[in-house]
Design a protein. Structure first.
Length: 99
């Protein structure tokens, strides 16, 4: 199951990269804010960029929302990301993986 998950994630990532390249879309990784209509400011690891454009796509990704008093150790208490990387898969869930 884990190998299949890794394969699918890799294929999807490569597919998105291919579509970006094919359609001349630039992906900018960083922290951004919309400064004005059609204008964004992006803080990347290399500095700040000011961009003017007709179309803006914001892909925020996701982050784990911690609960007060609970420490996510990715072993006993796992996040959604950690759950996709469990090794070994807990036996309590094995019946589902075989279905």
């Amino acid at each position: 199951m884990m190998a299949h998950k890794d394969k699918v994630v890799g294929e999807l990532t490569k597919g998105v990269e291919f579509l970006f390249k094919k359609n001349k879309v630039e992906a900018i990784v960083g922290e951004a804010k919309i400064a004005a209509p059609g204008k964004i400011t992006v803080r990347t690891k290399d500095g700040t960029r000011e961009i003017s454009t007709k179309h803006i796509v914001i892909a925020t990704g996701s982050d784990v929302a911690p609960l007060p008093g609970i420490t996510i150790d990715e072993k006993r208490i796992v996040s959604s990301t950690g759950a996709l990387s469990l090794n070994p898969i807990p036996s309590a869930y094995w019946w589902w993986a075989r279905a």
